[in-house]
Design a protein around this ligand. Structure first.
Ligand SMILES: Cc1cc2nc3c(=O)[nH]c(=O)nc-3n(C[C@H](O)[C@H](O)[C@H](O)COP(=O)(O)O)c2cc1C
Length: 308
């Protein structure tokens, strides 16, 4: 049975990846998960310089999900290249390095260094809801890249011109027309898209009257967002020809299959890792069992087969 899928020129042994920010730098999960069995590992987003992240509290549980406002806490590009990347390269699966920046210069700086370090694939996080962006739209207002077609185009184009490997652009669900943003990323040279990042949301402690997060708002993830994420994957797949990695509340293989039938070539497991650190392994097994049960010899045969 063939479980392997392709994201541009990147061959994954199976479609199951772990989502940025929910799996650390992978070694934290080494005792629980056979890391090399994953289709790919998407690392926690890194930025040019270290970031302390937002003040705490920055996590809150919600019905069927969680809110986070971590704010891209990370030790910066140089530390990643020295301390994390060599370990990741030894794992034996594909490593997708997630990067973010609030201006084009920082994106270009990061991507050139990653290219020189032999990184095969980059996920361009244009969609973190918990940081401030430098304006890139026509009015030069502060805007999240992935909330603006032109800003998305400019960011993807700048990175594309400086990176030969597989370029994946991560989209935000906090938009009116996600298909149009996906198309913009494709036109600027992205090899694949990943979606969705978290939904901007808020929770209030009724006893104190204060927001549960110090940042006031955060990003909602988990099963609560899944049907919206599936709809968005379906929509984006109708707008673009490049492969899509689907995510948003995938807890088990049935959920993963839903995304693939909607059109996703691969999936990412995020919040589920906090509930069941072995979720990704269970999902790989569940996909195999499904193929056996349905007598499917190649997982690619189910992609985008939703019957309308
Ligand atoms: C605690 C936490 C931290 C996250 N950090 C990042 C990040 O650094 N970069 C990123 O692109 N997405 C980040 N995400 C978003 C996830 O990668 C994913 O897009 C989102 O959570 C939806 O998937 P899920 O519902 O399976 O978690 C984070 C999510 C959570 C819950």
């Amino acid at each position: 049975m063939n479980l392997s899928v392709k994201l541009g020129s990147l061959n994954l042994k199976n479609p199951v990846t772990v989502a940025s920010g929910t799996f650390g730098y992978a070694y934290e999960f080494a005792g629980l998960v056979r890391l090399k069995d994953l289709g790919a590992i998407v690392t926690k987003t890194i930025t040019r310089n270290p970031k302390p992240g937002n003040p705490t509290p920055r996590l809150a549980e919600t019905p069927a999900g969680m809110l986070n406002a971590i704010g891209l806490q990370n030790e910066g590009l140089d530390n990643f290249l020295e301390a994390k990347l060599p370990m990741l390269k030894k794992i034996g699966t594909k490593i997708i390095v997630s990067i973010s920046a609030n201006c084009l210069d920082d994106f270009i700086f990061c991507v050139k260094k990653l290219q020189d370090s032999g990184v095969e694939a980059i996920e361009l996080n244009l969609s973190c809801p918990n940081i401030k962006y430098t304006g890139l739209n026509d009015k030069n207002k502060s805007v999240m890249f992935a909330q603006d077609e032109k800003a998305t185009f400019k960011a993807v184009e700048a990175v594309r011109n400086n990176f030969k490997g597989t370029l994946i652009t991560k989209l935000s669900p906090n938009v009116t027309d996600i298909g149009a943003i996906g198309k913009s990323a494709e036109q600027a040279g992205s090899d694949a898209l990943s979606l969705v990042n978290t939904f901007t949301a808020m929770a209030i402690d009724i006893n104190t009257g204060r927001p549960k997060l110090a940042n006031i708002t955060g990003g909602l993830s988990g099963p609560a967002i899944r049907p919206i994420a599936v709809r968005m994957v379906y929509e984006v797949c109708r707008h673009v020809k490049i492969p899509v990695i689907g995510m948003g509340g995938i807890m088990n293989s049935d959920d993963a299959l839903e995304f693939m039938i909607a059109g996703a070539v691969a999936v990412s497991v995020g919040t589920a890792n906090f509930v069941n650190p072995k979720a990704s392994m269970d999902i790989i097994k569940g996909l195999k069992d499904y193929c056996v049960r349905k007598k499917i010899n190649d997982i690619n045969k189910i992609i985008g087969t939703v019957k309308l």
